[in-house]
Design a protein around this ligand. Structure first.
Ligand code: GUN
Ligand code: ZN
Length: 434
């Protein structure tokens, strides 16, 4: 189908709802026209139905919401099979489950099988785009991109750089992973919908020599994102300061090696000082908030409102397998609860849907392609409904406004509420069809 219409209740964002009262766009009954995989127009049904009907097929979704595909800005595909593995904290969890599982990705058959499972999970949760950690192995990254490319999904990823404090089989060689990274950049950055982010595990698993490799790569490829973890847990903060004693704080380590800029994305950022927050804001760096992971591993309560007050660009990541769900609805729900527990100003449903869509596209610097349903953008979208669940249906019926319905979807919803997922104008997931 080259050109067709999708009819339903359509919403998206043109700005951050915390910064603009006109950020939220909502059509109660609209037809979105898709042509050659892109959004051609969106118009109120009553104004266009008769003309459109004569020209091309209109797919009808009564009672459904249509919104941009979710963007998960921090997730580890190689941890798909260890999701939900218990540990007293991050560092123990890495040692006990994560490193042993990541070692298995030296086997290309394993990498290919998990990549395929990973994409099935993503699309069945309405996620059309993600920034992804493979493992240290060149092959695990190559096969990941191969699968994403063949499915036509927009992905951002990069081979993990690490050369100490992990099992031998997970450590980069003498050149600190530089040659492999460059080969992968040349092969994948800008190929179809794929882009490369220079991906460091975190400062604690790299030698000073490898941190210098990061500096060089970031200088050589200024258009690429730089992606790593920052200030997720207090023991990690303490350990990092022991390893880099000449730096005055954790962000200072990354600053020392020249990797903090408006193209850096830091996952977590729970335990930062005010000075670090200000410096992140000044640099234009972004944060992937990972609430289900933080609750599960007991990492802490991320101070979303404070980070927002500094005007740091924010988005949401599931952080699977530290995170406990591929569902961005569940991730929004956990974010809401964490802000509630923090006891100050709350986030609302519009803030959360923004973080999961346009906020993610801004973090990943791909707003020109995806993130909302602007004309000309790639037609990545999700069709949400009550999932046939009695409780949600009843909650919808009793709702007085779109806001109440969206809030109910966040608090009560999960993968069951994803009716269909579309990528570049193609249906890539339909509930109940395998
Ligand atoms: N910090 C360093 N590596 C990891 C990881 O794999 N998961 C999480 N959540 N934090 C990390
Ligand atoms: Zn992570």
């Amino acid at each position: 189908m080259k050109k067709f219409g999708i009819r339903g209740a359509v919403f998206d964002f043109v700005a951050n709802p915390r910064q603009s009262s006109k950020a939220f766009r909502f059509f109660e009954d609209a037809i979105m026209v898709i042509s050659d995989g892109r959004v051609e127009s969106i118009a109120q049904t009553k104004e266009c139905l008769d003309t459109f009907q004569e020209q091309y097929p209109i797919l009808e979704y009564p009672g459904c919401f249509i919104c941009p595909g979710f963007i998960d800005t921090h997730i580890h595909y190689a941890q798909t099979r260890i999701i939900g593995s218990p540990a007293p904290g991050l560092l123990e969890w890495l040692e006990t489950y994560t490193f042993p599982e990541e070692l298995r990705f030296s086997d290309p058959n394993h990498s290919a099988a998990v990549a395929s499972q990973f994409f099935d999970e993503l699309v069945s949760n309405g996620t059309t785009c993600a920034q992804v950690y493979p493992t240290v192995h060149e092959n695990s990254t190559d096969l990941f991109f191969e699968e994403a490319h063949s499915r036509g999904l927009r992905m951002v990823a990069g081979k993990v750089l690490m050369d100490r404090h992990a099992p031998e089989g997970l450590l980069d060689g003498n050149d600190g992973g530089e040659a492999e990274t460059e080969r992968l950049i040349k092969k994948w950055h800008g190929k179809g919908r794929q882009s490369y982010s220079i991906t460091l595990r975190f400062a604690a698993t790299s030698t000073l020599k490898q941190m210098e490799v990061c500096r060089r790569l970031v200088q050589r490829y200024p258009d690429l994102l730089f992606h790593t973890h920052l200030a997720e847990t207090l023991p990690e903060n303490e350990w990092t300061m022991q390893l880099y004693p000449d730096c005055s704080d954790y962000l200072g380590v990354y600053e020392k090696f020249g990797v903090v800029s408006d193209h850096s994305v830091f996952a977590h950022c729970i335990h930062l000082s005010d000075s670090e927050k200000q410096r992140m804001a000044d640099a234009g760096a972004s944060i992937a908030l990972c609430p289900t992971s933080n609750s599960f591993l007991g990492s802490g309560l991320v101070p979303l409102n404070q980070l927002d007050d500094y005007h740091i660009g924010l988005s949401l990541g599931t952080d699977v397998g530290g995170g406990t769900s591929f569902s961005m609805l569940k991730t929004m729900q956990e974010m809401y609860k964490i802000v509630s527990l923090g006891g100050d100003r709350n986030v609302d449903e519009l803030d959360l849907f923004y973080l999961a869509t346009l906020g993610g596209a801004r973090t990943l610097k791909i707003e020109e392609h995806v993130g909302n349903l602007d004309i000309g953008k790639e037609a990545d979208f999700v069709i949400l409904d009550d999932g046939g669940q009695r409780l949600i249906r009843q909650r919808f019926e009793q709702s007085q406004s779109i806001s109440e319905k969206l809030f109910a979807l966040i608090i009560l919803g999960d993968s069951l509420n994803i009716r269909e997922t579309w990528s570049m104008g193609r249906c890539v997931y339909r509930r109940g069809v395998h």
